[in-house]
Design a protein around this ligand. Structure first.
Ligand code: FAD
Length: 409
């Protein structure tokens, strides 16, 4: 894969310098580039490491509105054949016989979303970025310093190259060094849960149904992939996770099958297992002078509703709209007024999703009998109330809130 490097002592001028070229940073650069803004992305990892050795084992639920964004950016075309539609969602509570069933036909013709392997999405995003006429990816690059002054920012790279722009964006993930360096504090907590992630092949077809099974340790999600395969996100207590991760193949498959059930026939784990400790984290501010945060650098949430990346894409679409409007009006892209509009737009939406995922996890990841009874009654009531169900389904599709133009129909 080709990538650019800045020759020693060269100074590159850009409209926006983005630190982090993952899903969110890569999509933002393409979106800004499509608006005629020159975005330069500084990515620490080797692009090939992001595709092959860097395969993180996960697949993501891409909501309807995120798909629209990816279509407009020319990324979706590259992955459409590999994406598996989710037509129904079934939510079951432990061994209770009550469950909630969402059928996409209750809200229209479109699937709720698509399941897509992260490695394919990351590769397609970077390939689009590398072909983009106005965006640029510098990778692997080591950022030595990011200086923010009153009239602009300067990113200094190991080797001597420099990038100057009126605005920097931190898209460098949950542990964002750029956010830390700007002194933006985060609030949050650990869940004491770890997500064990793997892919299984099964004898029977999944019929495009996603299953979320709430077990006492946390949600166990079975998410449809192309072919007779599903992606598993198995939430376990963190103190038990290392033991499960260390099981041999037969014992791991047995434990998995016990939770999975037999509704898709015989199971086989394909490929490696991965584990991710789960926590909630929210940056106290979405901006600092001449800096905006996007994606996991701004918010990291429980994967219970598969919405972390979708919220990152909403940041991308909102920031693109704010910056394109400011550029059309001839305003300074890094000015306080421009950044304040972005922060206001994203604050409520992100907070609402963080709290919703946190609440859902607390409600379902426990086995206290009165709470179990109350939530089972709740599930049964919601299942019989079509208007409430429709609101929840529109939420899963990303259709709620003040949608930026890039995500509208
Ligand atoms: C188990 C699990 C399942 C999930 N499932 C879903 C799902 O179904 N749907 C969904 O919407 N979300 C899901 N998520 C959340 C989703 O994975 C994240 O929200 C998403 O990866 C965030 O993307 P990002 O680009 O902001 O950050 P990252 O993916 O972390 O990318 C950050 C990038 O910045 C680079 N970087 C870091 N530091 C530097 C530096 N100093 N200089 C330059 N570059 C740097 C990194 O190399 C990386 O490429 C899930 C999360 C987990 C843990």
């Amino acid at each position: 894969m080709m990538h650019a490097s800045v020759p020693q002592q060269d100074i590159l001028a850009a409209d926006v310098v983005i630190v982090g070229g993952g899903f969110v940073g890569g999509a933002l650069a393409c979106a800004l580039g499509d608006q005629g803004l020159r975005a330069v992305v500084i990515e620490a990892a080797e692009p090939s490491a992001l595709t092959e050795q860097g395969f993180d084992g996960r697949a993501s639920a891409i909501s309807l509105t995120s798909r629209r964004l990816l279509e407009r950016l020319g990324i979706w075309d590259e992955v459409a054949d590999a994406a598996c539609p989710m037509l129904d969602i079934r939510v079951a509570d432990a061994d209770s016989r009550l469950f909630l069933h969402y059928d996409h036909r209750e809200v229209g013709d479109e699937p709720f979303g698509h399941m897509l392997e992260n490695r394919l999405l990351r590769r397609a995003t970077q390939q689009r970025l590398l072909r983009h006429p106005t965006a640029m990816l510098i990778a692997p690059a080591s950022l030595v310093a990011l200086t923010r002054g009153s009239d602009g920012v300067e990113a200094r790279l190991a080797g001597g190259g420099r990038v100057r722009a009126p605005l920097a964006v931190a898209a460098d993930g949950r542990d964002s060094p750029t956010r830390e360096q700007a002194g933006i504090r985060t609030t949050g907590w650990n869940y004491g849960q770890t997500a064990i992630v793997c892919t299984v092949a099964h004898a029977e077809p999944h019929r495009f149904v996603a299953v979320e099974h709430f077990l006492p340790a946390g949600p166990f999600a079975i998410l449809p992939l192309n072919g007779n395969r599903s992606s598993i996100v198995w939430t376990e207590r963190t103190r038990l996770a290392p033991t499960i991760m260390a099981l041999d193949e037969a014992a791991f498959t047995r434990e998995l099958a016990r939770r999975f059930g037999d509704f898709l026939g015989a199971l086989r784990v394909v490929g490696p297992r991965w584990s991710y400790p789960l926590s909630l984290q929210y940056a106290a501010r979405a901006t600092a002078p001449r800096l905006a945060l996007v994606g996991d650098a701004l918010h990291a949430m429980h994967p219970i509703a598969g919405q972390g990346l979708n919220m990152g894409y909403r940041d991308v679409a909102a920031l693109t709209d704010v910056l394109a409007t400011a550029a059309a009006d001839g305003r300074d892209l890094g000015s306080e007024a421009v950044l304040a509009r972005y922060a206001r737009w994203r604050r409520f939406d992100n907070l609402q999703m963080l709290l919703a995922t946190d609440g859902l996890n607390r409600l379902f990841s426990n086995d206290i009998p009165p709470i179990r009874m109350a939530r089972d009654v709740g599930l049964a009531i919601v299942n019989r109330l079509p208007p409430v169900k429709r609101v929840l389904m529109r939420h899963a599709m990303g259709m709620i809130g003040d949608l930026p133009p890039l995500m509208r129909a």
